[in-house]
Design a protein around this ligand. Sequence first.
Ligand code: PLP
Length: 389
Amino acid sequence: MADFKLADRLATLPPYLFAGIDKVKAEVAARGVDIISLGIGDPDLPTPDFIIEAMKKAVERPANHQYPSYVGMLEFRQEVANWYGRRFGVSLDPKTEVIGLIGSKEGIAHFPLAFVNPGDLVLVCTPNYPVYHIATGFVGGEVQFIPLVEENDYLPDLDAIPAATWDRAKMIFVNYPNNPTAATAPRAFYEKLIGICRKHNVIIAHDTAYTEVYYDENDKPMSILEVEGAKDVTIEFHSLSKTYNMTGWRVGMAVGNASLVAGLGKVKENVDSGIFQAVQEASIVALRDGDDFCRELRAIYRKRRDVVVAALNKVGIACRVPTAAFYIWAKVPAGYGSSAEFVTAVLEKTGVVLTPGNGFGTPGEGYFRISLTVDTHRLEEAVSRIANL
Ligand SMILES: *Cc1c(COP(=O)(O)O)cnc(C)c1O
């Protein structure tokens, strides 16, 4: 048998943090325990019918069976621009400031290839979606983690980063509404970040997949592009995945600074051939006609959030009441040595799968994440099992 050694970039990846939990989950399931998984950030509800119907029509059109344009159909990019205009008051040139993505993960993962050389410094706010630092590592960039802590409302302490670090940095990854903490960022934070990044010539890569999952009209999350000067330094990654329950469809977009968008386009031109055009046509309908659906979806998540927050409070587990994103970020109760210890005990004794906070980075130690992607009845059942631990 040939023995093919993995490339160093894979061989040096940190071990999969949830491997231990997956093993325990398999053992518990084998005992016949009814597992409730609150671990995965994947909407449980189906894509709405009006999008499915648009897809059915689109898939029947032979023109859609050929290679799509690698930057995305102009009609799709135009609809993204319309949506950004309507939702955020942000004006975008669909030809130069919008690119279609095969899910925002694809764009985020490819973006460092366009702008990061080996040895370049990239700042990554953590706890975080792992793609930021792994994609940076793949291209040989140097990652410096910036901690997000409860005392600072899970915003990075920008003043604590020395000027020399800003001078050396090529890029900073920021994500609000945040996964896993569900924190959001106020305008003043973005203003300050943009000021610093313009001064020190640092790219802002903003991941904003959860702007449409919010709980109160007064707490609508913003796009960083709403802020004056943002377009000088920013690319924003967005996605239809969480907004319209379309995680399986693989469609998203990157918008903002034209040269950053073009750089990403140059990578994509050489590694993929764009989003299936039928998916783009259905996505146009989603973006154009989806506002009512989003309102209904928010009402469902609000009910789930309220059920979980109330139940956790009742059993004395402290948690943030999120204003956006479908996660509850909660403190590991006293008596457990670590996030992993608590999550493992809950799984072994109750069959409820939680995500340990440290899986997203060191500052997440002492916390766990609940995903609101199961129905209210199951959420109630899960929390009552935890209460009787
Ligand atoms: C779900 C998620 C995305 C979206 O991923 P897609 O590839 O668009 O499905 C991006 N960033 C974060 C932080 C997420 O949680």
